[in-house]
Structures are given as C-alpha cells and as structure tokens.
Design a protein around this ligand. Structure first.
Ligand SMILES: CC(C)(COP(=O)(O)OP(=O)(O)OC[C@H]1O[C@@H](n2cnc3c(N)ncnc32)[C@H](O)[C@@H]1OP(=O)(O)O)[C@@H](O)C(=O)NCCC(=O)NCCSC(=O)C[C@H](O)C(=O)O
Ligand code: MG
Length: 278
C-alpha cells in the first residue's frame, strides 16, 4: 500500500495564470487554487474563469479549490464551477461548526479550514463529518481573531494547533499546518516546518515555490529514515519468530505501535521515492 503524501500543499492565487501554470512544475504534493483571500473582490469572477480553465487540463498532483466562504456573494458560483470542472476537493474557509459542513452534501472531499475560535472549539465534530478529508489551520485569521501577538515559536497558537491535530487524528483525517508568511526567511520556515511535524501535522500549507522543497523534506522520509524503519521491522520479526511478544532495537523497546509507525514511514517513503534523497 502506498500512502497519499500531503507534505506540501501550495496555495496559488486564482487570478494569477502564470503562477497557476508554474504550480504544475514545483513538486508540491497538492495545489490549492485560491478564490478567497488571495483574490480581490473585483477579480473574483475572472479568477473563477482562470481556475475553470486550469481544471480542464491534467495535473501531476491533486488540485483543490479554496472557494469563498459561506454567505459571500461568490460562494455558490465558486462551488458549482469547481464541481462541474472536476476538482479533486474543495477547501472551505472559516468553518465554524459541523452542521454547515454536513448540510453541504458535497460529492468531493472537503477540506475544512480552522481559523476562528469557534472553529477550533468545534474541530472534533467538524473533522468527524463524513466527507471531510482534512483540517487546515489558517493561522493569519486565527491570530487576528484571538488578538494574539506574533511569536517566533507560535506560543499563543500552540493550543489551537494541537487541538487541530488532535481533532483530525481522532477522526482519521489529515491535519495540515498553517502558512509561513515571510517567503524570504527560509530558516524561519524550516524551523516552523520542524515544529509542525513535531506537533503531528502531516504537512504544511505553503505560499511560494521556494517553500515546497523544504516542506517536502521536513514532512517526508529520507532513505536513511526508511532504512531505520526496515531495520526495526527486521528486529521485530526476529523477536516474534523466537516467540517473544516485544523486541528491542538499538536498546529501545519495540511494540506493535512502533511496528505500525515503521510501516507508515515506509509507505510514505514509497509514495515519495523520487525525492526521498533530500
Ligand atoms: C507571497 C507572494 C505575493 C510573493 O510574490 P512575488 O514577490 O511575486 O514572488 P516571486 O517574485 O518570488 O515569484 C517568483 C516566481 O514564482 C511564482 N510564484 C509566486 N508565488 C507562487 C505560488 N504561490 N504558486 C506558484 N507560483 C508562484 C511567480 O509567479 C514567479 O514566477 P515567474 O514570473 O515565472 O518567475 C506570492 O508568492 C503569492 O501570491 N503567494 C500566494 C499567496 C496566497 O495564495 N495567499 C492565500 C493563501 S494563504 C492564506 O490565505 C492564509 C490563511 O487563510 C490564513 O488565515 O492564515
Ligand atoms: Mg484565512
């Protein structure tokens, strides 16, 4: 089995056809064509037509569309266009509760953005709705709503970040970390990716071509990591063949959950092998 990777998920403004074209070539695990906050109101209709055209052609990765939020003048047209054009999933911004998501009855996977205090508090019910594929943190909106101040280690948002991971993982859905705004700060970006991975996110939403490779590396598996996983599995199989219930590998206890984790690591490695030498 090969796991679907979500290491890097690239937002592309729907009203920038050049950037949309470039997005096909950047090695992101998925792309979000954005009709919401990256597009000014006067460009919404043109952006929707660009996105419609972009969805007609083949992509090397899943393509999602972030539609405008419920209650906006563009919401309905965005959704209809995306569904008719064959989108792989919809990203719904500012999801506040499970009821609104349930009532959409979509026929494609829905990715819910958690970026309001209410969204964080209702994240477990939102994640549990059938058809919801994952949760994405919108840290800019959330920071604004919470009146937090910027902090290099995202201290004021840690509770919300972990709440999103917890909700998504409890429901078997994919948690995606927030964007990092400063596209000229690769060190800061790498630090935030490492933090996101440590917190349990499956990948990071990114906003610039220069962030894709670092996100793929941070949330991916190196050849050395795959080799470690194989060695742990071998130690486990040897112990089991000797009738033991647990094993040790490099002096540390190995139980079933470590075996499951090692298999997951190998699945991700397998799914992303072309760039696993990073
Ligand atoms: C952040 C940017 C505005 C920076 O733009 P710019 O200074 O023009 O970038 P570069 O000159 O370095 O661009 C170099 C080339 O790369 C292409 N490019 C840039 N960004 C993208 C992209 N996202 N996808 C694909 N290609 C991209 C440029 O076209 C240049 O190509 P070329 O001309 O061929 O050399 C800009 O990066 C940008 O607009 N990024 C996306 C912003 C966005 O989508 N925002 C909305 C999502 S994030 C959000 O809403 C947050 C969330 O909701 C929350 O609440 O937190
Ligand atoms: Mg937002």
């Amino acid at each position: 089995m090969s796991a679907k990777p979500w290491r890097s998920v690239l937002y592309v403004p729907g009203d920038k056809p050049r950037a949309v074209d470039k997005a096909r070539t950047l090695g992101a695990d998925a792309v979000i064509l954005d009709l919401e906050d990256a597009v000014a109101p006067e460009h919404k209709d043109a952006a929707r037509e660009n996105v419609r055209a972009a969805l007609q052609s083949r992509w090397p990765c899943p393509v999602l569309v972030r539609v405008n939020g419920l209650g906006t003048p563009w919401e309905h047209a965005d959704r209809e266009m995306s569904l008719l054009a064959g989108v792989d999933g919809l990203v719904l911004p500012k999801v506040e509760d499970a009821r609104t998501v349930r009532e959409l009855h979509l026929r494609v996977p829905l990715w819910a953005m958690i970026e309001t205090p209410s969204g964080v508090l209702h994240a477990p019910e939102i994640a549990a709705v059938p058809g919801v594929a994952g949760l994405l943190v919108g840290a800019n909106d959330l920071a604004r709503a919470l009146r937090t101040r910027p902090h290099p280690e995202r201290l004021p948002l840690l509770h919300a970040l972990s709440a999103v991971v917890l909700a998504a993982r409890a429901a078997g859905k994919v948690p995606l970390d927030a964007v990092f705004n400063d596209v000229r700060d690769p060190e800061g970006f790498a630090r935030e990716c490492a933090q996101g991975r440590t917190l349990g996110f499956a990948g990071k939403t990114v906003i610039h071509p220069g962030q894709v490779e670092a996100a793929n590396a941070a949330f991916g598996v190196t050849d050395a990591g795959a080799q470690e996983a194989r060695a742990l599995l071998a130690a486990w199989e040897e112990a089991r063949a000797e009738g033991k219930s647990v094993a040790t590998y490099r002096g540390a206890l190995v139980e079933q959950m470590h075996v499951d984790e090692a298999r997951e690591v190998l699945d991700l490695w397998e799914a992303t092998r072309q760039d696993s030498t990073l």
